[in-house]
Design a protein around this ligand. Structure first.
Ligand code: ATP
Ligand code: MG
Length: 1005
């Protein structure tokens, strides 16, 4: 559903490309204004245009289109777009309008990566932006989620965002999160959005959007629904031949089941997953669990899903049948999990329920039937639906119905085959199609209805469709088989290398012929792909054409260039989108790495090492290190490529706690760089060496190494490297108790990261400054710094670093005597550490709660410390010295408070606790301490978090909206609300709201 708008050419005749933020504006009630002002309306319109245009110019907006009072403008930076709408709304509000009328302009911002065709923007993003604009009211500024995620950490003063929740927009399949920009001094209360329909409160899901209506399948859907709702059904497999419609049916069934899985329904496309052992990781990625490297992914998955009501849709399982064992393990350890699989063959599991998916019904040609009666048959209905996409006025009539019916019979009712053939209706009549098909299918005995026959029908149909392509389209089509998990237009242009046709047009032609699909993820660049059966065919063609190697070579080169380009962006303002982009391309990257292994190891080595920060930041430590080391052992790269790879592998090894290996690799890397006289490279290796020295407690050496590496970064004015090295040095100074120097360095780091727009770095430096203040004993000053760091990490979804900041907040609030806050922070740290699955992280969080409990519940404190110690016994889970000292000091009162016998017994009890029990015990302890303190010191029995949630309930937000606002799961919000209900002795949300108003926690109105 591409919508295109004319684009005014700028001086260079181009519109901004890449990621752009769209702004749509228009005057509310312009017709009324015109009727009222008559001649003076022109004056109003001129003033309005002048005000807006001067804001566009000031903030580098590119005016794409104007229609009457409506503007369409694009910006290269989302922050400029925000500054522009603020300036424009302020100027509009303060302007002196004719006859004192008020001119209210609605504005909407949405960020995307549209395609540009003929100097016009095309694609779903333009559509989304326009729809959001029409949902708003005069004076209101609305943002889509994609714009919000780019700007929310960095809004100009006086501007705040408000989450209006998910809304369904006309013609846009999936509900969109919409945010309102509140501008200080301007109205912020507006009526409900004028959306298509207020989206029902759906659980989270990632089900692919469907761009056509489902044909038939009512009975199948009902069967699947019934089965899936029975408690004893845990795994249902839709089986059937390729192209029979299993995926489509599975997705539709999942949509119908959404309401039954409150924690979400997740679709995992396994067709491009290369090995059965990567299935768990594919699922984890979709669930947003970043691997920590600390434990097998399957374990993290089990822990995450253990108490969640989730439906996983595992699509195209036939590729990874050995992974069935993982599915069984998951199902057995997660009582509320259900799985819907699609597969060409059953998984052969005892607990599996198998539902065969037959192709669509075909008519009985021996009986005479009318066109209308035949049109009811689902295979014909699908043919008509698809034929209309090619030729909108197509209808079945007595003249053509016989041919269409015969086509459907010939094609065994296989939806994919029907789709491919009907797409040809632009140029061929049904009778002509039938004649050509006949020739193609002649070898097949049409009476056969068993599996191999259908398989051959489908192959023959794809072949038929391929033969009808132009040679250029054929080349494009077969070369696309190199991609795994889809591709973007840019990638297609780089990899296809066809001179005879324009790639975008070629893609359009293949889309028209149903040989490709187009993904409509609202926030990302458009993606194209092939259904698996079609891809297998294309792969064979590629093989036969002899172009396989050269195409794969271009494929690897493209992803290498992309990875090397993004290498420097992974710590800057575009960190999240860049990481997400690499994540989306991970199947392609893995495919390129695999191919390189046999043919071009140097490319593989460079690709794997360029991704060092990606492997690190997304917790794929062992995969990254393993791949680099594999290539290092066999490739013969240039000296400098080898040195970079050694640094990358050393960095990952250090992050895994393998200091000896890290040291050896960094040393070799440093030696090569020195020998080459490569100073920038030497700086990198020295940085690696310095970090290892720091981790090993060799502070003087660390300082010397890092200082030299910093000096080199400064010579090259490499801002990211300076930022990283300055903050590392700051930590060394802090560890060495040189507080003056630590503060100066963190300050420098902070201002650098702010200037660079690296929000993760900003949070890191802020919490470092907090550490300095805390060591100085100024908890009150440290707290807001940690809070700011936490807010940034929440915004980034940086779950790996959040527990660290939460624990620091737990300790400063403890020092301030704010026990309810301390309990809440440490409880959250604990829950997150548990979800992340790092043993040492969990042990640290348990120790933090033990410290909290030391004075008030000494026996619990000792038990928790014992449980933590048991976790610490594992390799790589040792705590740094400074933490050990801090915990020992904080636990001392507990040890003094109980007898020696009780101490030993408590410790032993803790050591033998299961992890689960230890976590439960810690949560109870943290809560009890918080609650006791709260009821002593405050009339409000609620924890700060609960108060925050109650305030939002009183503002009318649903649990889902609250969860989004606070960046926690909905389940967490519900748990808090359950506690609130218990504590206050109330049942309904209305009662909670009434209590909030009466208690005064809402503050003066
Ligand atoms: N009932 C239906 N209504 C409309 N379109 C359908 C229907 N069933 C299948 N299709 C379309 O037919 C094509 C093939 O279907 P699908 O991809 O679901 O097959 P599959 O059985 O999953 O194949 P494979 O085994 O290759 O994965 C898709 O484009 C799909 O959208
Ligand atoms: Mg499928």
């Amino acid at each position: 559903m591409a919508r295109s708008l004319p684009a005014e050419h700028d001086a260079r005749g181009q519109v901004p490309g890449g990621t752009v933020t769209f702004l749509f504006t228009d005057i509310e009630g312009s017709t009324k204004l015109l009727e009222r002002l008559r001649a003076k309306y022109a004056e109003l319109l001129a003033d309005h245009g002048e005000i807006l245009r001067s804001a566009f110019v000031q903030w580098h907006g590119h005016e794409v289109d104007t229609q009457g009072d409506a503007f369409f403008v694009t910006f290269s930076r989302a922050a400029d777009a925000i500054a522009c709408v603020i300036a424009a709304q302020r100027a509009l509000a303060s302007h002196d309008w004719p006859d004192g009328v008020a001119v209210r302009v609605r504005m909407a911002l949405h960020t995307g990566e549209p395609m540009i065709s003929d100097a016009k923007y095309v694609g779903i993003d333009v559509h989304v932006a326009a729809r959001i604009a029409s949902a708003g009211h005069g004076g209101q500024v609305l943002l889509s989620q994609s714009t919000q995620s780019l700007v929310h950490g960095d809004l100009p003063p006086g501007a705040t965002l408000r989450n209006l929740g998910p809304h369904e927009l006309k013609d846009i399949r999936l509900p969109q999160q919409i945010f309102q920009l509140d501008i200080a001094g301007l109205p912020t209360d507006f009526p409900a959005l004028r959306t298509f329909a207020s989206a029902p409160q759906l659980p989270p899901h990632n089900l692919p959007a469907r761009s056509t209506d489902l044909v038939g399948r009512d009975r199948e859907l009902e069967t699947i629904r019934e089965h899936m709702l029975q408690p004893e059904t845990r795994l249902l497999t839709l089986t059937g031949p390729g192209g029979a419609g299993k995926t489509r049916l599975g997705v539709e069934a999942a949509v119908a089941l959404l309401a039954a899985f409150r924690d979400g329904v997740f679709f995992i496309d396994l067709s491009s997953v290369a090995h059965p052992h990567l299935v768990a990781s594919a699922v984890a990625q979709i669930l947003g669990l970043h691997e920590t490297g600390a434990e097998p992914v399957l374990e993290s998955l089990k822990r995450f899903l253990r108490s969640r009501h989730v439906l996983l849709v595992l699509d195209n399982f036939e590729h990874v049948l050995p992974a069935a064992a993982d599915v069984v393990e998951l199902i057995e350890s997660c009582p509320s999990l259900k799985v819907l699989a699609t597969s060409r063959e059953p998984l052969h599991l005892q607990l599996e329920r198998d539902v065969p998916v037959h192709p669509l019904a075909v008519p009985d040609l021996r009986r005479p039937q009318t066109a209308a009666a035949l049109g009811e048959c689902s295979s014909l209905a699908l043919f008509v639906q698809r034929a209309r996409a090619a030729q909108p006025d197509f209808t079945l009539n007595e003249g053509n119905v016989r041919s269409v019916a015969e086509i459907c019979v010939r094609l065994d009712g296989l939806p994919l085959a029907i789709e491919l053939v009907a797409a040809r209706m632009k140029v061929l009549t049904p009778a002509a199609i039938l004649a050509r098909l006949d020739r193609q299918l002649m070898l097949l005995s049409s009476g056969e209805r068993h599996f191999p026959g259908r398989h051959r029908t489908l192959q023959a149909t794809i072949d038929w469709s391929y033969e009808l392509l132009t040679p250029g389209e054929q080349a494009l089509f077969r070369r696309f088989a190199t991609f795994a998990g889809g591709w973007t237009l840019r990638a297609a242009e780089a990899v296809a290398d066809v001179s005879e046709l324009n790639v975008l047009e070629g893609i359009d032609a293949l889309l028209d012929k149903s040989l490709l699909w187009r993904g409509t993820q609202p926030d990302a660049e458009p993606r194209f792909g092939m259904l698996e059966t079609v891809r297998a065919f294309a792969r064979n063609q590629l093989e036969a054409s002899g172009e396989r190697e050269t195409t794969r070579h271009r494929h690897a080169a493209y992803f290498l260039a992309q990875a090397e380009r993004l290498d420097s962006e992974l710590l800057g303002p575009r960190q999240t989108p860049s990481l997400d982009l690499l994540e989306r391309e991970l199947d392609n990257i893995r495919a390129a790495l695999e191919w390189s292994q046999d043919t071009d190891r140097v490319t593989g080595l460079r690709l794997a090492s360029a991704l060092w920060l990606f492997w690190f930041l997304r917790g794929r430590l062992s995969e990254g290190r393993g791949r680099i080391e594999g290539f290092l052992a066999t490739a013969e790269p240039s000296r400098s490529a080898r040195a970079k790879a050694l640094f990358a592998a050393g960095f990952l090894a250090q992050s895994q706690g393998d200091y000896d290996a890290a040291l050896a690799m960094h040393q070799e890397s440093a030696a090569i760089y020195r020998e080459l006289g490569d100073r920038a490279g030497s700086g990198l290796a020295l940085f690696g060496l310095g970090r290892v020295a720091y981790e090993q407690g060799k502070l003087a050496a660390a300082r010397e190494l890092l200082e030299e590496s910093l000096m080199i970064a400064r010579e090259f004015k490499d801002e990211t490297a300076i930022g990283l090295r300055v903050t590392s040095l700051a930590h060394v100074a802090l560890e060495a108790s040189d507080l003056v120097r630590a503060r100066a360095l963190f300050d420098e780091g902070l201002s650098r990261w702010r200037r660079l727009g690296g929000r993760q770095g900003v949070a890191y430096a802020l919490s470092g400054l907090g550490d300095v203040l805390r060591v100085e004993g100024d908890a009150a000053a440290a707290r807001p710094l940690y809070e700011e760091a936490l807010a940034i990490q929440r915004g980034l979804g940086d779950r790996a670093n959040m527990p660290i900041t939460l624990r620091r907040l737990g300790f400063v609030t403890l020092e301030q005597g704010d026990l309810p806050a301390a309990g809440a922070y440490l409880e959250e740290a604990l829950t997150l550490s548990e979800e992340l699955g790092s043993r040492s992280g969990l042990a640290t969080s348990l120790e933090a709660v033990a410290a909290l409990a030391a004075q008030r519940r000494p026996s619990d404190a000792i038990r928790l410390a014992g449980a933590a110690a048991a976790l610490r016994d594992a390799k790589g889970a040792a705590a740094p010295a400074s933490w050990r000292t801090e915990i020992a000091q904080r636990l001392a009162p507990a040890l003094r408070a109980v007898s020696r016998g009780a101490r030993l017994a408590g410790w032993a009890e803790g050591q033998s606790m299961t992890t689960e029990n230890a976590v439960a015990c810690a949560i109870t302890t943290a809560r009890a301490i918080g609650n006791e303190a709260a009821s002593r010191t405050d009339a409000t029995p609620l924890s700060p978090r609960e108060r925050e949630i109650v305030t939002l309930v009183a503002q009318g937000l649903t649990s889902r909206q609250i969860a989004d606002r606070l960046v926690v799961t909905e389940r967490t919000v519900d748990t808090h609300l359950e506690h609130v209900r218990d504590k206050l002795g109330v049942r309904s949300r209305a009662q909670i709201t009434a209590w909030a108003a009466a208690s005064g926690i809402l503050g003066p109105r």
